[in-house]
Design a protein around this ligand. Structure first.
Ligand SMILES: Cc1cc2nc3c(=O)[nH]c(=O)nc-3n(C[C@H](O)[C@H](O)[C@H](O)COP(=O)(O)OP(=O)(O)OC[C@H]3O[C@@H](n4cnc5c(N)ncnc54)[C@H](O)[C@@H]3O)c2cc1C
Length: 435
């Protein structure tokens, strides 16, 4: 994620700098007015570049899973490039608003002369200016509710649907108000590519075509409630389903008005177009899911996505697998897929962290699955039993590879603990939070 964002920011910086070196400074303009103009352009360019990337990533491009490390990471990059884009948009707006201060400081005489246009172009440029201003207010409000974690996700998601429209307004603003000289420079070429990518994302989002090519429909064939806050759903999908690798996830729609939620496919692929999900009631929708689902009900499954894939492990590194709570689901799929070929199971330590190991329904299941895999050592950590997992308990971590799925707080404390012990193992983490 950091590499992609840094690369984009660097490219924009270079294109902006190239134009700065080529263009003759405006005659008679005060250096402060020139600096304001250039910073206005740079902040706007950075903002629209990041926003275009955000919009493009929203199309869930499958080919980016490999370089970015999975669709959950693609979403993280989408989120952070969106946040950065709004920060630069706010800066752009503040710089625009600084003209009164500059007038008071150095006077209006030294202003950078405005580019002049006539006719329709003039009208469109005025409109683009207004549109940019309205859209900036809206994206700033969106950023505030995105960062305010208590804001209900459901409402956030509905409001978030306005983003493609806001993006198109900002793209219009950027295309019309970018310095005219840009269109003869590398800056213009870069801006054009970014706008095309962003408009493509916005239009696909408005048409509702994102993920269509990876979508399969089917029916729920079985529902179980192994625990008070847990629902197991088994679905049979039509032939369009291409199968999955253990550990992958899918966007599942049980109810059209609710839309898709991401869930790990908790079963191995047996080639029979059947997938299972273990769903914990963690919020508004999942809390009432048990009452809403019925056998025979239609289901839409988009995927599979994700790179939490056993086949990607480093065969030379020791394996430490850590599951926290419902983060056990990808490991269930891994263990199930190994049942038919136990000789290929790697030597691994599987740590399962739960609130109460006495009542946890996954404990007997994990024990049964691991019983036929002698290489996999299962360690149960029940918080109620006073056995929480600490970094020091991860033996051989120095030379191991860690696969983690669970609460981000647990991941952070283990990473910090390992660092304090001088161990820096490769840490693969499935992100269960997309907002
Ligand atoms: C890759 C991945 C795999 C997951 N696998 C499982 C699993 O196997 N079992 C399981 O129980 N849970 C899983 N989750 C978590 C599950 O998606 C959320 O618990 C569920 O969507 C919460 O919805 P809600 O409306 O009940 O909760 P809310 O309280 O509305 O939301 C809680 C949080 O869940 C996330 N979320 C909610 N709705 C969506 C959505 N439509 N799209 C994306 N994120 C959303 C957001 O981060 C939100 O802040 C997974 C999440 C991800 C990202």
């Amino acid at each position: 994620m950091k590499t992609l964002l840094t690369l984009l920011l660097t490219l924009v910086g270079l294109a902006w700098g190239w134009d700065l070196m080529q263009a003759a400074p405006p005659t008679g303009a005060h250096p402060l007015w020139i600096a304001r103009q250039q910073l206005l352009t740079l902040s706007g360019f950075l903002s629209i570049a990041l926003m275009s990337l955000t919009m493009f990533l929203a199309t869930r491009p499958g080919w980016l899973e490999s370089p970015l490390g999975g669709m959950d990471r693609v979403y993280r990059t989408h989120k952070w490039s969106g946040i950065l884009a709004v920060v630069f948009a706010a800066l752009h707006w503040l710089i625009e608003m600084s003209s009164d201060v500059l007038k008071a400081m150095v006077g209006r005489e030294g202003r950078v002369p405005k580019e002049t246009f006539t006719g329709l172009l003039e009208i469109l440029r005025d409109l683009a200016g207004d549109m940019g201003e309205w859209a900036i207010y809206a994206v700033l409000a969106m950023l505030a509710i995105t960062l305010w974690k208590k804001f209900p996700y459901r409402i956030w998601r509905i409001l978030h649907r306005a983003m493609p429209v806001l993006y198109l307004m900002l793209a219009f603003h950027a295309a019309l108000l970018a310095p005219q000289g840009y269109w003869r420079q590398p800056a213009g070429a870069l801006l054009a590519v970014l706008l095309l990518a962003g408009v493509y994302g916005a239009v696909r989002s408005l048409l509702g075509s994102i993920g269509r090519s990876r979508e399969a429909t089917g029916r729920i064939v079985a529902i179980e409630h192994p625990g008070s806050d847990l629902t197991t759903v088994r679905c049979h999908l039509e032939r369009r389903w291409t199968g999955h690798r253990p550990g992958q996830f899918a966007f599942v729609t049980f109810d059209h008005s609710e839309g898709a939620h991401p869930f790990t496919i908790a079963s191995a692929d047996h080639g029979d177009n059947t997938v299972s999900f273990e769903i914990k009631s963690l919020g508004d929708y999942t809390g009432s899911l048990a009452q809403r689902l019925q056998t025979g009900q239609a289901v839409r499954v988009e995927g599979p996505y994700g790179r939490f894939d056993l086949e990607r492990r480093d065969p030379k590194a020791g394996q430490i697998w850590i599951a926290g709570g419902i983060g056990v689901t990808p490991f269930l799929a891994w263990l199930e897929s190994l049942q038919s070929r136990p000789d290929q199971a790697p030597a691994a330590d599987l740590h399962y962290c739960t609130r109460d190991q006495q009542s946890d329904v996954f404990v007997p299941r994990l024990q049964a699955l691991c019983a036929s895999l002698p290489g996999v050592q299962l360690h149960i950590h029940g918080a109620r039993q006073g056995n929480t997992l600490k970094a020091a308990a991860l033996q051989g971590a120095q030379k191991a590879e860690i696969w983690f799925c669970g609460p981000s707080g647990l991941a952070t404390s283990l990473r910090e603990g390992l660092q304090a012990l001088g161990a820096r193992p490769r840490f693969h983490q499935e992100a269960f939070e997309m907002r």
